[in-house]
Unconditional design. Structure first.
Length: 591
C-alpha cells in the first residue's frame, strides 16, 4: 500500500500552513511598528473580501517578507530566531524526531549543545506538542522559531536518505527473480517499498514526470524537474520486471502484456487535494519503459501576473476575456503551461452569473462551481462529442482541452460564433502560425477572422534561484556565441529600447543575474518556472489580413506594428530584469 498520509504531508507546501491568526498578526506588526493598526485593519478587510488568509495576503502584497515577519514574531514571542539556510544538520540529531512527527507538527531538530536538543518550530506557543517532543526524545529542548520556507527546505534532509535506502533495498533483492509469478513479485515488500519511495521522492522534489528506463545492464530513473530531465538513480536490472508489474497493478493494467503499449492512471486522494498519476508504458529493445506524469488536481491557482504576464500583455488578456463570445487560443509545446493559463483565466471568469463547462484529457485541476468532464475514447466520448453535448447545456463559457482535429475545430468555431466564449489549446510554435493551422483544419478564413479574439503563445523558463543569485556581465566570447545562436538579437534590443522596455541595447554593458548553485536549487542555479508569452490580439486590421488570406509574414508585421512582442523579446526582457537567464531564453524560445 502507498502511504497516503506521508505523501500528503510531503506534498503540502508549508508556505500555505500560515501560522498566525489575524489578532496575533495585528499584535506582532503593530507592536513592532511595522504597520499601524488602522492600515492593518484595512488590509485585513481587503484579504477577507478577496477570500484570502491575512498572513498570505500581506506577504503576497509585499507589505512584509516572510523572513521579516517571522523574525518579528520571534521577538514578540521572546523566542530566538534560527536561520536554517546554512545549517549543517547532523543525521543523528535529525533522526531524534521521526520524519512523520516532524512533518505533521512543523518542526525539526537541527543541533545540540550537549545537554539539550535544538528544535526549530513555526509555533513556539504549542506547548502540548513541545512537551510531547521532550518525552519522545528523552531530553530537554531549546526552542527556536524559523520560517515556513526554511523549514520546508530543512525537512528535505529526511528525503536525502531515500536514494540510499532504495539502493540498499535493491542490493538485498538483486538476485534473479526468474521463475516467480509477476504478481507475486509486484506485491513483495521489496518492490512495493521501492515503488513507494520512487513516488514519494518525486513528489517531494516537485517532479512533473518520472521516467523508468531499462538499459542493457541497469534500470535508470530520471525525474523531470522544472522542465528538465535529471537522472536521480540507477537500479539493478533484476528489479525491472517487478517494478513494472507493480506500476501496472496500481494503474489497473495487464500485468502479463509486454508487447503492446498501455496507458493507465491511478490517484492518491486526501481531503485537501488529489494527486493523479498518468501512466504510459511502451515496449523497447531491452524491456518496457514507464513514464508517470504527476498532476496535482488541487494545486494552488495563481493570478496572471504571478504566472509571469507582462503589464501590456496582461491588459490585452483582461480586455479579451471580458468579451461575451469569441475564441481564445493558447499555443505551445507539451508541458509549456497552456492548461495552467486557461485554468487561471477560468478562475477569473468563474462567478455565479455564468455557466462554465470544460472537457479535458485529463482533468488536471478541480475547480469549484465549474462543470468538468473528462474524455473517454474507449467509449467514444471525444472532445468533439463532449463539445457538441455542451452546446445543449446552455453554457456561457466552454473550455476544450485541445483542438486536435477538424471536427473539434468546426464545433469550437461554431460555438464561438453563436454567443459562447470558447477557450482551447493548439500545438503551434507561435501566435501567427496558429491562423494557417486553423485553415489547414478546414475552417474558412471569414470564420477565423470573425471568431478569434486572441491567441497566446507561451513557454516556461526556469527562474534564477533567489537563494544563490549573483550579478554578472557577459564576456566577449559569450556575446559572440549568443549572437550566433540568436542572429536577430541586436534588432530585438533596438526594438525594446525604442519601446522603453529596457534602458540599454548593448549586451556588453548589461548586468544579468544567474544562480551559483546551492542546496535549495540542487546546485542547478534555478528554482521554479515562470511563463514567457507572446500575445496576438485579433484587431480589425489583423482580421482584414486574415480575410485576404495574407501571408504569415504580413500578419506578423501588422501584429508588431500594433505592439506585439515575440516570445524571444519578452524572454529577453525577463533576462534583463534578472528573473531568468539568457541561456534559458535561448533554450525555451528556439524553434
Amino acid at each position: 500500500m502507498i502511504n497516503y498520509d506521508i505523501i500528503y504531508n510531503k506534498v503540502c507546501d508549508l508556505i500555505l500552513l500560515l501560522m498566525f491568526s489575524s489578532k496575533q498578526l495585528r499584535d506582532i506588526l503593530t507592536k513592532s511598528k511595522t504597520i499601524s493598526a488602522k492600515d492593518f485593519d484595512k488590509l485585513a478587510k481587503e484579504a477577507e473580501e478577496a477570500g484570502k488568509n491575512v498572513e498570505g495576503y500581506l506577504i503576497n502584497k509585499r507589505i512584509i517578507s516572510q523572513d521579516d515577519l517571522y523574525k518579528k514574531a520571534a521577538d514578540h514571542f521572546k523566542t530566538p530566531f534560527i536561520d536554517l539556510k546554512d545549517q549543517n544538520i547532523d543525521r543523528e540529531i535529525l533522526l531524534k524526531i521521526p520524519e512523520t512527527i516532524a512533518i505533521n507538527h512543523n518542526l525539526i531538530a537541527f543541533g545540540s549543545d550537549g545537554k539539550k536538543v535544538n528544535i526549530a518550530v513555526l509555533d513556539p506557543k504549542d506547548l502540548e506538542t513541545l512537551e510531547f517532543i521532550k518525552k519522545k526524545i528523552g531530553r530537554a529542548i531549546n526552542v527556536h522559531m524559523t520560517t515556513p520556507d526554511q523549514l520546508k527546505d530543512a525537512l528535505k534532509k529526511y528525503q536525502e536518505t531515500i536514494k540510499s535506502e532504495i539502493r540498499h533495498i535493491s542490493g538485498e533483492d538483486a538476485e534473479e527473480q526468474g521463475g516467480k509469478d509477476l504478481k507475486e513479485i509486484a506485491e513483495g515488500l521489496t518492490i512495493v517499498k521501492i515503488v513507494n519511495d520512487l513516488i514519494e521522492y518525486a513528489i517531494f522534489q516537485d517532479a512533473s514526470d518520472i521516467h523508468i528506463e531499462v538499459e542493457e545492464k541497469d534500470v535508470v530513473v530520471r525525474y523531470r524537474i522544472d522542465g528538465v530531465l535529471r537522472q536521480v538513480m540507477t537500479l539493478n536490472k533484476n528489479l525491472h520486471a517487478g517494478i513494472i508489474a507493480r506500476i501496472k497493478i496500481l494503474a489497473n493494467l495487464k500485468v502479463d502484456e509486454h508487447r503492446l503499449p498501455q496507458d493507465g492512471r491511478f490517484k492518491i486522494s486526501n481531503k485537501r487535494y488529489n494527486i493523479s498519476f498518468r501512466v504510459s508504458i511502451i515496449p523497447t529493445f531491452d524491456g518496457e519503459k514507464v513514464v508517470i506524469r504527476l498532476l496535482n488536481e488541487k494545486a494552488q491557482m495563481l493570478s496572471l501576473d504571478q504566472l509571469g504576464f507582462p503589464t501590456a500583455e496582461l491588459e490585452i488578456v483582461k480586455r479579451n476575456i471580458s468579451k461575451p463570445n469569441g475564441m481564445i487560443l493558447v499555443t505551445g509545446p507539451t508541458g509549456s503551461g497552456k492548461t495552467t493559463t486557461l485554468y487561471t483565466v477560468l478562475g477569473m471568469l468563474n462567478t455565479p452569473k455564468v455557466n462554465i463547462s470544460t472537457i479535458e484529457d485529463p482533468i488536471e485541476y478541480r475547480m469549484p462551481h465549474i462543470n468538468q468532464s473528462q474524455v473517454n475514447p474507449k467509449i467514444g466520448y471525444t472532445f468533439a462529442g463532449g463539445l457538441r453535448a455542451f452546446l445543449r447545456q446552455d453554457p456561457d463559457i466552454i473550455m476544450v482541452g485541445e483542438i486536435r482535429d477538424q471536427e473539434t475545430a468546426e464545433i469550437a468555431v461554431h460555438a464561438a460564433m453563436t454567443g459562447h466564449l470558447l477557450l482551447s489549446t493548439l500545438h503551434t510554435n507561435d501566435t501567427v502560425t496558429t491562423l494557417p493551422r486553423l485553415s489547414q483544419m478546414g475552417i474558412p478564413s471569414f470564420l477565423i477572422a470573425s471568431t478569434t479574439n486572441m491567441i497566446i503563445s507561451q513557454r516556461l523558463a526556469r527562474r534564477v534561484c533567489s537563494a544563490c543569485k549573483k550579478e554578472y556581465k557577459l564576456d566577449k566570447k559569450t556575446v559572440s556565441e549568443i549572437k550566433k545562436q540568436m542572429p536577430e538579437i541586436e534588432k530585438m534590443l533596438d526594438k525594446l529600447v525604442k519601446a522603453k522596455k529596457i534602458s540599454s541595447g548593448s549586451l556588453d554593458s548589461m548586468t544579468f543575474q544567474k544562480g551559483e548553485g546551492c542546496k535549495k536549487c540542487n546546485d542547478t542555479g534555478y528554482k521554479g518556472r515562470e511563463g514567457v508569452y507572446e500575445v496576438l490580439e485579433v484587431t480589425d486590421e489583423i482580421s482584414k489580413l486574415i480575410l485576404k488570406n495574407a501571408d504569415v509574414s504580413d500578419i506578423k508585421k501588422q501584429a508588431e506594428a500594433q505592439g506585439m512582442l515575440s516570445l524571444a523579446e519578452n524572454g529577453l526582457i525577463k533576462a534583463f530584469k534578472g528573473s531568468t537567464t539568457l541561456e534559458e531564453v535561448l533554450r525555451v524560445t528556439k524553434e
